[in-house]
Design a protein around this ligand. Sequence first.
Ligand code: ZN
Length: 453
Amino acid sequence: MKLLVILLFSGLITGCGGNSSRSLPSKLLLVSFDGFRADYLQNYEFPHLQNFIKEGVLVEHVKNVFITKTFPNHYSIVTGLYEESHGIVANSMYDVITKKHFSDFDDKDPFWWNEAVPIWVTNQLQENRSSAAAMWPGTDVPIHNTTPSYFMNYSSSVSFEERLNNITMWLMNSNPPVTFATLYWEEPDASGHKYGPEDKENMYRVLKEVDDLIGELVHKLKVLGLWENLNVIITSDHGMTQCSKDKLINLDLCIDRSSYTLVDLTPVAAVLPKINTTEVYNKLKVCNPHMNVYLKEDIPARFHYQHNDRIQPIILVADEGWTIVLNKSLPKLGDHGYDNSLSSMHPFLAAHGPVFHKGYKHSTINSVDIYPMMCHILGLKPHPNNGTFGHTKCLLVDQWCINLPEAIGIVIGVLLVLTTLTCLIIIMQNRLSVPRPFSRLQLQEDDDDPLIE
Ligand SMILES: [Zn+2]
């Protein structure tokens, strides 16, 4: 009953005054801590991040896109598209028509990025707005001839403090004002690869450093007076899983290197055959029971990873924790890129600011849902995308949302109210009508009706 009243009341309020504070465009800062696996939040202590969540919202699992790698997932967050639709299908790519190559170190050609329009470009096409980026994959590339008005060329050696100083300066002192900004940090991904997520001691140290950076971020926003009016999303591109020297898939044991080109290696290998595709496929198919081998046309639909020329004719997908190698070495103790249905591959999302509820927890959304939510916050018309705005409505104060438990609660509440009212009416009717039959009976006793005789 209490729940029902609260919901009805909050619905009335949001229905009446939801958009009253929209005269000025909202400002949004999107932050990514690379490789922040969702369950780190449960398994380690994050005092600063937990304070941020206490005053905002938490989505415990974000289902990201396949392949669960850095460049593709960061681009999905800012476009709302699956990889086959935005064209950044891996960290290493090869285009057979133009013979162009793409890698983490050679990513500046707009050709690779122009299949989609990231939100910082759309934001900047609005009157009197600009975008800023203290790094994020693609922000230092002129996508559709447009970079953010303020951006930094990517360099892993630039400190978090310098990135934060730049982004807050741009948020405060720019004209036209910066309404959308990004901030990117390489940890805990780098340490997750180096030590593996099961190395508690090292991960504890690194995750404490990450939490301290979140503390710095919040402190700086408060000192500068940005905290109350700025909307901040903290999320990540993917999780991390433990690898092992006992879980290697050595392609050299199955097929001669001269018969194919390896465009991307592990845990999803992209294979471009130099000889007959079926022959290469048949050799790889029986190579290792811990590796699925797909011809491009047979890649499962749930991956949304097929309809793009940059996806190679054969892809190999290692089981969780297995590493595809060309020799016997184990390059990394932790890795990501695996099947996006694995919870170890999922990041989280936390958000704080005037558009977000306070102290609200939500179980899951898709990473492609973040884009339509950000467009809503900024008042932008989204490009066609694979996300669903409805999935994020419960996070936002100006939206009416009912999830399943609440809906069941409302139905039970209404039934209880109706049953109680019906019982009360019956009881009242009985009480009021009890004395009457006796009084009428008395009257009838004295009644001498001549018609009967
Ligand atoms: Zn990453």
